[in-house]
Design a protein around this ligand. Sequence first.
Ligand code: NAD
Ligand code: UDP
Ligand code: UDP
Length: 376
Amino acid sequence: HPDTTSHYYRPINQATGRVPVAIGRKKRRVVVTGGSGFVGSHLVDKLIARGDDVIVIDNFFTGRKENVAHHFGNPRFELIRHDVVEPILLEVDQIYHLACPASPVHYKFNPVKTIISFFRVGYLKVMSLEFLNWCNYKTNVMGTLNMLGLAKRIGARFLLTSTSEVYGDPLEHPQKETYWGHVNPIGVRSCYDEGKRTAETLTMDYHRGDGVEPDMWQLWFTLQVRIARIFNTYGPRMCLDDGRVVSNFVAQAIRKQPMTVYGDGKQTRSFQYVSDLVDGLMALMEGEHIGPFNLGNPGEFTMLELAQVVKETIDPSATIEFKENTADDPQKRKPDISKAKSMLNWEPKITLREGLPRMASDFRNRILNEDEGKGN
Ligand code: NAD
Ligand code: UDP
Ligand code: UDP
């Protein structure tokens, strides 16, 4: 009789009479911090589907329980309400560290509006810009430190989700991983940019063993780390009112409001569908390379082109209105993903025209529920 309690045990598939290909692969226990957020919840879906045990750590600052509610009752899934700024004891094989307050992108344009939009979506009752900045920085620095300490203690592999914002307002196009960035250390957005830059520094220091008290452990152990620099990503479960351009345009088109194009709309961005990002994160975790790796879709669109694609794929009657932009808005952002292509054998597959309609049905349902809620 097979040992059904073994990590290596996989039951025979009755339909095919074969043992699933996963045989021999040690069953993993994986932590996803920020796992009830937009990207995290899609990652959790894929890890569970692969057969891993998954523990989500989230304080629901910007995430929603609904994003992972379909796993409730699954014995391979656990959800812990916890702030990563505080230490935690767990035993796992891998740590995907995503926890970070979704950057309220409108700080730089209009902090008051940001606060009101957060109030409207009900994330936080009272908050100031300073409070948000502090939470962001504290989570990025202390949260990352705690997760690295955890990884070190248990010998788990650690993956940090960093951001294209570490390049700041880049002077190099497209951005390669070797570019050190052009970041303002004292601006209103610096908490996010600098917080992630510090998180990258900590990750590499823990990997090298620098800055950590030398102890017996380090004599035979090097902490395995991975760093992803994520570029603009969109998809179902994205925050409805976070002010990002894709969520704004899609929500506006569904609500029959004009799409707000800032400035002349000629600035460019590259938009990655969330499933491509999740594939990239998993390839990075499983691969042999530390990174950092740019994970993004190099397809470049002006905001006017994006509005046109939303119009074509979501509502042909959608209109646009122009609004004032700020002077510091980056004119171009586009990842160079040749490193990820060659070393991780990864590249995005979903085009904007394919991805937007997949996101629209989720947004339609949530906007409908919101409207019904208001009627009550
Ligand atoms: P999100 O806000 O949807 O998810 C972040 C999650 O972290 C939320 O569930 C939130 O509740 C949780 N969280 C925040 N602070 C926490 C804390 N102190 N303790 C525990 N949980 C906490 O954002 P997302 O878009 O899914 O982003 C996930 C990660 O990817 C983040 O680290 C973000 O910086 C990075 N990233 C995302 C994008 C993008 O376009 N979505 C781009 C670049 C980088
Ligand atoms: N930590 C944690 N869980 C663990 C191990 C460590 O949360 O299982 C935290 C710990 O509280 C500390 C941080 O991770 O704040 C860094 O840990 P490390 O051991 O590197 O540093 P030290 O505790 O020696 O300062
Ligand atoms: N933008 C826009 N209309 C909106 C929201 C944003 O035209 O309703 C523009 C914004 O000025 C910027 C681009 O879209 O040039 C991307 O903005 P976002 O906040 O989504 O991402 P980031 O600037 O962080 O890349």
